[in-house]
Design a protein around this ligand. Structure first.
Ligand code: SAM
Length: 307
């Protein structure tokens, strides 16, 4: 059963049942948390998230998943907990660097994490004083995250504003309600989010980010460029994720053709740069490299700035 919400003139269907991290798209937040836990404990880790393993252990859906590479019998050769987990480690590092560089050089003090999931950057990163981190995700995902972090007595290193809302609904009003200042520059992040949203919700999200951004604001997001997602349905990455932890990513991704969000931003004056993850693998000296039948082949990380 679903209900309709209006967002910027668009009406989107929104499921009424929010199953948090235990089912559906919420489980992908646990997948990224497990990958971050594994990355954290690598001797050559690209990013450290000491909270990540606690999320994995706290949810019934993931309690049996590995949080160290040594828990994985085939280690790095495992397509899910080796290469794919390293992909998330690299993505975490690159976007950590983007966020910190943006607040330091652009002087922005408000950061909006769209589809924040189990992102703990508000607790992990060295934010300038007076920074505020808005975390937008569905209510049950944020509630689970807070239960785990409260249980650890974790202390945020920036002001935190949870924004429990479905991004297919009127998230702009929900953001304004918790103190978002549209007259100040903003650092926006949509990490691992857009391919789960209907194309219209992505268009609406990008238009809203533009509308709410003063000059100097920046945005980073991830997209998948392949015209047919099913091209890589037999890839080691998708099949191992389904077989080992029961998450069929292709089933969770929105199937319609994706909008050209980088083009839309450029049309409204943003400068954009589009990168493959592999460029960052080469820069950091570790991370995934291209392979045959590669479900990461179409992934791009986009960085945009409003002049
Ligand atoms: N950005 C986080 C990270 O990288 O750790 C989480 C990524 S996880 C793969 C995808 C997240 O998007 C989940 O937390 C999920 O709940 C959220 N999400 C997906 N569709 C959403 C929607 N319609 N509204 C709000 N959040 C959504």
């Amino acid at each position: 059963m679903s209900t309709a919400h209006v967002n910027g003139g668009h009406v989107f269907a929104t499921p009424q049942h929010d199953t948090g991290v235990e089912e559906g798209v919420g489980t992908t937040a646990l997948l990224v948390a497990a990958a971050r836990a594994i990355e954290t404990h690598r001797p050559d880790s690209l990013a450290r998230d000491p909270f990540a393993e606690h999320f994995v252990l706290a949810a019934s859906a993931s309690a049996g998943w590995p949080t160290r590479l040594r828990h994985v019998p085939d280690g790095d050769a495992n397509p899910l907990w080796g290469r794919f987990a390293r992909y998330f480690g690299l993505r975490t590092r690159v976007l950590d660097d983007f966020l910190l560089q943006s607040v330091r050089t652009a002087g922005a003090r408000q950061v909006v994490l769209l589809g924040a999931g189990l992102d703990t950057r508000a607790y992990r990163l060295d934010w300038p004083p007076d920074s505020v981190v808005f975390e937008v995700d569905r209510a049950e995902v944020l509630a689970f995250k807070h239960r785990v972090l409260d249980g650890l007595s974790a202390k945020p290193r920036a002001a935190r504003a949870p924004v429990p809302v479905d991004l297919r609904a009127d998230w702009v009003a929900a953001l304004a309600d918790v103190g978002f200042d549209r007259s100040a520059p903003t650092v926006w992040l949509a990490e691992g989010l857009l391919f789960y949203l209907p194309a219209d919700a992505e268009r609406s999200l990008v238009a809203a980010v533009d509308r709410l951004s003063t000059p100097g604001s920046v945005l980073a997001y991830e997209v998948k460029l392949e015209p047919d997602l099913m091209t890589y349905r037999d890839s080691p990455l998708y099949t191992s994720t389904t077989q080992q932890i029961g998450i069929d990513l292709l089933d969770l991704f929105a199937k319609e053709p994706r909008p050209d969000s980088a083009g839309a931003l450029a049309d409204t004056g943003w400068s954009t740069s589009v990168h493959t993850p592999f460029e960052f693998t080469r820069r950091h000296g570790r991370g995934p490299l291209p392979e045959e039948n590669d479900a990461l082949a179409g992934n791009r990380w986009v960085f945009a700035r409003k002049p």
